[in-house]
Write a protein that binds this ligand. Structure first.
Ligand code: ADP
Length: 532
């Protein structure tokens, strides 16, 4: 026999080994899963076909060649059918009525071929063709069988292709691998047919069938039930153990045998440990990725809720703002005597009303600021202004409130050049800091200061009020955060004021701070913004 001729039986042997090894391997892994059972079924049919192929190729008599080429046909009849069935199970379509019907037809025809295969209608005989001593001669039923075979393969491929187009991520990659596998097998396997019809092409592509099996098993198992690292560890340990075992058998005397068996024992123990640790590691990673996935989902849900909350706040605040402004207007008109001179008592009551109304307006404004910030709608209007003038005016504005609480409010500042900033926003920040300083102090002095620093300005409000503990420092500028220092105190607030301040200052590329030496030791809130 010529050397290259060995290629054909050897290719069959490789196909058989790959099919049976993988079929057995998947079954051992998880025989309870339906998809695995069909994978095993498919591997077995390809394996049987390959074994018969091998014996047919090495046959030395006509009778034996005829016998094995007929055996080969039994495998061939069921390879396309088992593949089609496997694809249906993979796509979870095998329970649909239409596909049940298709399967019923295919299996019926399959058994018709099986019956025909015992007669001359299918394989009529064998004769020498090309460099093969015994090549099968097709009977009249062989051509219809071939059409059916190709139809089943194309049908399965079409279903996979549709799935490929519709799926994403892992599923898409998995389907692609299956498609590549079937394409290779088709190209390779098809080289088996020409010679049946006297076209002088030898089955050079036969070995590609192995790749088909390997890719199919790999694709389904990898993305399905197991990790390749575990498989690698198992194969590695298995090979080592076989080597140690052979080495032990080849021992020359008993003491050497004992020694080598001990080696094998130790090796097995280490191997088992290795496999276990790889398994554990893989399981842990899977757990982690599951966790990450569910966290991601929860996070998305939270973002959605946050968005809905913002929209609600935005709508509610806009609806509230207008009536509050109208009430404010009327209070001022009544106080000014537009509807007749008010009595002293009335003015007193109007003052209370005005204060409460102002509180509400501040709250609604904060909500509006927050929703604008969170929806990225905050607009900054930068224009040149005199910061010292703004600070002095603000001090004047707050003096009556400080006086009323017996606090002394002072201003300390150096000359600052005119520069560009959003006047309203910065004023809002200073208002908030001063408002808090007064709100959270019962006595002492409040100092508003400004100085030039690092090519920008630093503004701070220092008080001798309730102060706050170190643990609050990190969170004090967070949304809705109210410090431990205000717990149990009857002071109105939402924990939004200085959060809004931080956002406004960050909009100027600056930063804020709040510090205190501790409870009852006063505090300092301030910000820095650059000149440009
Ligand atoms: P609130 O509406 O509660 O005043 P803010 O956002 O203005 O909300 O302030 C957040 C928290 O920071 C307050 O609840 C308080 O714990 C703390 N805080 C702010 N300013 C001062 C201050 N001057 N002295 C002590 N604590 C303050």
């Amino acid at each position: 026999m010529e050397a290259f001729f060995w290629y054909f039986p050897v290719s069959a042997l490789i196909n058989a080994a790959a099919s049976f090894a993988l079929g057995f391997f998947v079954l051992v892994k998880n025989y309870r899963i339906r998809l695995v059972q069909y994978l095993f079924y498919f591997c077995t049919t390809v394996g049987l076909w390959s074994v018969a192929y091998f014996f047919w190729q090495i046959s030395s008599t006509e009778a034996s060649a005829l016998y094995w080429s007929r055996m080969l046909m039994y495998g061939a009849i069921f390879t396309s059918l088992s593949y089609f069935h496997l694809v249906l199970v993979f796509l979870q379509k095998e329970k649909q009525n239409f596909y049940r019907f298709v399967l019923a037809i295919f299996y019926t025809m399959g058994f018709v071929w099986v019956g025909a295969n015992t007669t001359h209608l299918f394989v009529a005989g064998v004769e020498p063709r090309l460099f093969f001593a015994f090549w099968p001669i097709p009977g009249p039923l062989y051509a219809p069988f071939l059409i059916m075979f190709i139809f089943q393969v194309l049908f399965a491929s079409a279903l996979l292709f549709v799935k490929y187009l519709k799926s994403h991520g892992i599923e898409r990659r998995q389907t692609l691998l299956l498609l590549i596998g079937i394409f290779l097998a088709f190209v390779g396997g098809c080289t088996n047919y020409p010679l049946w019809y006297n076209i002088p092409i030898a089955p050079w592509g036969n070995v590609l069938v192995s790749i088909y099996i390997i890719l199919t098993v790999y694709s389904i198992m990898k993305y399905g039930f197991l990790d390749l690292r575990v498989v690698a560890a198992e194969i590695f340990t298995g090979i080592l153990m076989v080597i140690f075992f052979i080495d032990a058998i080849l021992a020359r005397n008993n003491s050497e045998l004992a020694f080598r068996l001990l080696g094998l024992l130790i090796m097995s123990a280490f191997g088992a440990m290795l496999i276990r640790s790889v398994r554990r590691e893989v399981a842990r990673r899977e757990e982690l990725s599951n966790l990450a996935r569910s966290l991601e989902k929860a996070n998305l849900r939270l973002q959605e809720l946050d968005q809905q909350k913002n929209e609600f706040l935005s709508i509610a605040s806009h609806q509230l703002r207008t009536p509050l402004s109208i009430i404010k207007g009327y209070i001022e008109l009544i106080e000014d005597g537009a509807y007749g001179k008010p009595t002293k008592k009335t003015v007193e009551i109007l003052d209370h009303m005005d204060k409460s109304n102002e509180q509400l307006i501040k709250l609604v404004d904060e909500f509006l600021d927050i929703t604008r910030i969170e929806q990225g709608r905050t607009k900054f209007l930068f224009e040149s202004a005199d910061i010292t003038q703004i600070l002095k005016n603000t001090v004047k504005e707050f003096e009556p409130r400080a006086d009323a609480k017996g606090l002394s409010l002072k201003y300390k500042g150096t000359k600052i050049p005119i520069f560009s900033f959003d006047k309203d926003k910065i004023q809002n920040v200073i208002f908030n800091f001063l408002d808090n300083a007064i709100k959270y102090s019962d006595s002492g002095e409040i100092l508003l200061g400004v100085e030039q620093k690092d090519n920008g300005i630093k503004v701070w409000v220092r008080d001798q009020g309730i102060g706050f503990a170190k643990e609050d420092e990190a969170s004090i500028f967070q949304k809705f955060y109210r410090g431990k220092n205000v717990e149990g105190k009857n002071v109105n607030g939402t924990g939004l004021g200085i959060y809004v301040c931080r956002k406004f200052i960050e909009g100027h590329n600056g930063y804020v701070w709040g510090k205190s030496r501790g409870l009852k030791k006063g505090s300092e809130f301030g910000f820095w913004i650059p000149f440009k």
